[in-house]
Structures are given as structure tokens and as C-alpha cells.
Design a protein around this ligand. Structure first.
Ligand code: FES
Ligand code: FE2
Length: 346
């Protein structure tokens, strides 16, 4: 993905777009101790306040840069391990015990982030400048509407650029080949023609004349967060709930490490059918899905980092081309905005 000469657009994309929501980790990562995580080109500290709400700051003390994650949790604040400076969840220094009344007290000296927990994951708003209130987190209905859908979050970290993980989802045809041994993806033509259809929030990349046979289409959407959705038809033995839905998102940890989120979803209202599926999933289906993901991981981790500099794309790659163009357009818009802001006095 990276050249010796750094392309500014590429540089923006490498660490993830600003002023977007991004999933950063499963909820279970944030327990009783502060946790330090590298995401989106930053080091973050996350913890839960007295109400159990997740809080996030840059993991760097405003005094001399010690990691706040090594400090002590004090409800809505963290106390730095080095000299005890206390930083509140909104980034404001509330106390400098070694020098009470010094000018650091009361300053918003640390970068803070708005976070939201949903569907088993922590989402973070990657604001370019401090905002008191972020735009609402808008997830697909599958992750929002508990009355209709039931999901499991599957989280993995792959040693690749996150954009290869995005490309992988935007490439339905790999299902027919890479996953051909898989129980649910052995059907369908191994030659196919694809087309792109615009939606209100993005686009669908789909096989022409084939629906509900295999992994036939992928949707990409931008709702202030980037997400992808696809469906895999299921045989009757897959239990109730019709097609198996996958919602996917990827977040950069570093240029060569990606946090990958896949929610496995079925449309089932609360009740015995949902319970049956959840039981079946845990006991029978989950292991198979890990096996399929493993096939993706192996290919992606073995691809050289500059693989996309030496490609020969063909018709099946139209979705990837469209997605890359879209992301580059957004990165360019971010650069333009930053330039404008730099030229306008605050
Ligand atoms: S570095 Fe944190 S209190 Fe000094
Ligand atoms: Fe795959």
C-alpha cells in the first residue's frame, strides 16, 4: 500500500478517516483495569467509569507523556502513574498534586474521544477537532434492531493493511474459489459477470443473474461509519432465520495489522427460534466459520504489502476499484478541509 514517496491521500487512509466512527475493540476488552490500544494511528487508553460507561483518552499524560493506562482509575478520571496528574474523561486536567493551582489545572490538555458501545463492540468517533457532541452512530439495522435481529461478534486481528481486508469483502468471487470446500459456498457459477448498483448510502456489487445461491453480492455503506454487508444462503440444516447475514468493518491498528469485526447475524425475533439458532451457532456452526475466516487470513497475511502496486484487475474487481476510488475521494476531501482550516484563523 505504501510507496517510498508518501502520497498524502494514502497517508490519510493509512490511519483511517477523521470525523468518522470506527469500531475499535470488542466490549470485553475493557474490564476493570485501564487498557491501552493502538488504533487509527494513535495510542488510546480505555476504561469504564463508575457507571460502567467506556471512556477514551489518548494514552499520554499531558505532563511529560507517561502512559495514563498504567495509572489509577478514579471513576471519571485517570491518575498518571508518574507524578499523579489527574485527567478527566473529557481531557481536562483536574488536579496536579505536586503543584496545586498550576496553570495545567483546568486545561483540556489531553485528546479525548467520544465512544459508544453497541452489538458487543466499542465504537470511537475519530474527531479531527474537539466536538462536544459527535454525530449519532448510525449502524445497519442488523446491529441496532434487537427485536428483529440476533448477532454474534467475531473479532480477529490480521497481519495486513486494513484495506486488503476491505478488498477481500468487496470481492464476492473469492468465495467460489478460496472457500469452495466450505459447506455453504460450494454452489454457484465459477464464472460470473458483476455489476455495481448505487444505493442511498453507498453501492452494491453483485453477480448478474444470481441471487441466493452463494456469496453473490456485497454492499458498502457510508453512514458516518463505513460498513459492509453480505448474505450467505443457508441450507435447512443451518437452523431457522433464512439467509445468514454478515456485517463487516475493519480498523487499522498499524500499517500491517488490522482489527477485523464480523457480526454474524440472523433475522430472528426473540423466542425459541432465536434461542435455537444461538445454541446451534455456538455448538455447530461457529467452528466452521472460524475455519472459513482462517482461509481468508492466510491469503491476506501472505500477500506482499505492495501487492496492489502490481495488479492486473479484471471484471470481478470492479467493486474493489469502486471502493478504492470512493475512499481516495473522501481522503482528498479531508485533506482539502484540513488545508482550509489551517488557512482560516480559529
Ligand atoms: S508524566 Fe504524568 S504526571 Fe508526570
Ligand atoms: Fe472469505
Amino acid at each position: 500500500m505504501r510507496n517510498a514517496t508518501v502520497d498524502p491521500v494514502d497517508h490519510v487512509l493509512e490511519v483511517g478517516l477523521k470525523d468518522y466512527w470506527h469500531p475499535i475493540c470488542p466490549s470485553t476488552f475493557v474490564k476493570e483495569r485501564p487498557v491501552s490500544l493502538k488504533r487509527l494511528g494513535m495510542t488510546l487508553v480505555l476504561w469504564r467509569d463508575a457507571d460502567g460507561q467506556v471512556r477514551a483518552l489518548e494514552d499520554r499524560c499531558p505532563h511529560r507523556g507517561a502512559p495514563l493506562s498504567q495509572g489509577v482509575m478514579m471513576g471519571d478520571r485517570l491518575s498518571c502513574p508518574y507524578h499523579g496528574v489527574e485527567v478527566r474523561h473529557d481531557g481536562v486536567v483536574t488536579r496536579v498534586p505536586g503543584s496545586p493551582g498550576c496553570k495545567l489545572e483546568g486545561q483540556r490538555a489531553t485528546r479525548s474521544f467520544h465512544v459508544h458501545e453497541r452489538a458487543g463492540a466499542v465504537f470511537l468517533y475519530n474527531a479531527s477537532r474537539h466536538v462536544d457532541a459527535p454525530p449519532p452512530l448510525q449502524l445497519p439495522d442488523e446491529l441496532w434492531n434487537d427485536e428483529q435481529y440476533s448477532s454474534f461478534l467475531c473479532y480477529v486481528e490480521w497481519k495486513c493493511d486494513y484495506r486488503y481486508a476491505l478488498d477481500n469483502v468487496m470481492d464476492p468471487m473469492h468465495g467460489t474459489f478460496l472457500h469452495k470446500q466450505s459447506h455453504s459456498m460450494s454452489e454457484g457459477d465459477s464464472t460470473a459477470k458483476f455489476s455495481v448498483r448505487a444505493t442511498d448510502t453507498g453501492f452494491v456489487f453483485e453477480k448478474e443473474g444470481q441471487r441466493n445461491v452463494n456469496f453473490d453480492w456485497t454492499e458498502f455503506a457510508d453512514t458516518g461509519i463505513h460498513w459492509m454487508r453480505l448474505e450467505i444462503p443457508y441450507p435447512k440444516t443451518g437452523g431457522p432465520g433464512g439467509n445468514f447475514i454478515i456485517v463487516g468493518m475493519c480498523t487499522p491498528i498499524s500499517p500491517s495489522l488490522t482489527a477485523v469485526f464480523f457480526w454474524r447475524v440472523r433475522k430472528l425475533p426473540p423466542g425459541w427460534q432465536r434461542d435455537t439458532w444461538r445454541f446451534l451457532y455456538r455448538n455447530r456452526l461457529e467452528a466452521r466459520h472460524w475455519h472459513v475466516l482462517e482461509q481468508d487470513r492466510v491469503v491476506l497475511e501472505w500477500m506482499p504489502q505492495d501487492a496492489n502496486q502490481h495488479e492486473n484487475l479484471y471484471q470481478h474487481d470492479l467493486g474493489i476499484v469502486r471502493l478504492r476510488r470512493l475512499l481516495r475521494g473522501l481522503a482528498q476531501a479531508q485533506l482539502d478541509k484540513e488545508q482550509q482550516q489551517a488557512a482560516t484563523p480559529a
